[in-house]
Design a protein around this ligand. Structure first.
Ligand SMILES: Nc1ncnc2c1ncn2[C@@H]1O[C@H](COP(=O)(O)OP(=O)(O)OP(=O)(O)O)[C@@H](O)[C@H]1O
Length: 281
């Protein structure tokens, strides 16, 4: 059921405020693609996120880490309004993509989700052919004018997802017939096919074996040349391997965020230190 969340009112003072959780100013910061300020999320009466502020730089991987239930997925879902689909979920604060409020009522959430794509924990291809899985988004967004246009989009998306050579001779077979790792790459191809700016990944490797996981991690590293990626992961090793920035969440708060190497070697906050050294979580 579709339940609209609270409108986020863009307030210039909120928009221009610095993120207080950023621990070290980068010497050469990348342009900010997604800016969140004072984002709180409620499920009914229960508050799950408290005043989260963060800048997500473009063409890099930002990892969200933290113990189970700390709000990582809740915050990730705010970034493309997936929480709109959860009954009783309310969002306040500001989230801007390229300077524009994503909760502006004039913005179509379907268009937003093409610009901010999502890959889920469990690979979820449609019960259709490999080709149709990738062609579906471009078709509903009117991105291909002809069959050959569509063929080109499908091929290049599968190429970028590192799957083309494995499936080019079986494009009309069911997507669900692929291995788990291939299915996840198909889901990545499906997200890429509508030319997103940002790709959100919610524990994309948790259902995969170590070899398929390594393949997806390599792919994430390649994709960051062209896309802004935000990944939720339970694995600190994965965050350290794939991300340039890491944000540590605890009990609904964004405790600390900064360059991944610094978060893992010299965190400022004791709670971050305790988590990365395995004291809890
Ligand atoms: N649909 C929902 N309805 C009610 N409460 C929810 C819902 N989704 C999440 N929550 C609650 O919000 C809090 C944050 O959950 P969330 O799933 O965002 O955490 P997480 O850090 O991603 O956890 P995990 O690592 O276990 O996936 C938890 O207390 C959770 O129970």
């Amino acid at each position: 059921m579709h339940m609209p969340t609270d409108k986020i009112v863009p307030q210039s003072d909120l928009y221009s405020r610095e993120s207080t959780t950023a621990r070290t100013p980068d010497e050469n910061p990348l342009p900010v693609r997604v800016k969140a300020r004072d984002v709180s999320v409620f499920y009914g009466q229960k508050q799950a996120l408290f005043d989260v502020s963060i800048d997500v730089p473009e063409k890099s991987v930002t990892a969200f880490i933290g113990p189970s239930g700390c709000g990582k997925s809740t915050f990730l879902r705010c970034l493309n309004r997936m929480n709109d689909t959860i009954e009783g979920c309310r969002v306040s604060g500001l989230i801007a993509l390229d300077g524009s409020d994503i909760y502006d009522p004039s913005l179509d959430p379907v268009e937003l989700r093409a610009r901010v794509g999502m890959v889920f924990q469990k690979p979820n291809p449609f019960p259709k052919s490999i080709y149709e899985n990738v062609a579906y988004g471009p078709r509903i967004h009117g991105l291909a004018r002809s069959r050959s246009d569509m063929d080109a989009i499908v091929e290049s998306s599968l190429q970028k997802a590192g799957l083309w050579s494995e499936v080019k001779d079986r494009l009309h077979e069911a997507g669900t017939g692929l291995s788990g790792g291939q299915q996840q790459r198909l889901c990545i191809a499906r997200a890429i096919a509508v030319s997103p700016e940002v790709i959100l990944m919610d524990e994309p490797c948790s259902a995969l074996d170590p070899i398929a996981t390594a393949r997806i991690e390599e792919l994430i590293d390649e994709l960051r040349q062209n896309y802004t990626i935000v990944i939720v992961t339970h694995s600190m090793q994965q965050a350290a391997r794939v991300s340039q920035r890491t944000a540590f969440f605890h009990l609904g708060n964004l405790v600390e965020e900064g360059p991944t190497d610094l978060i893992f070697t010299s965190p400022v906050e004791k709670r971050t230190q305790d988590y990365i050294t395995g004291r809890y979580g």
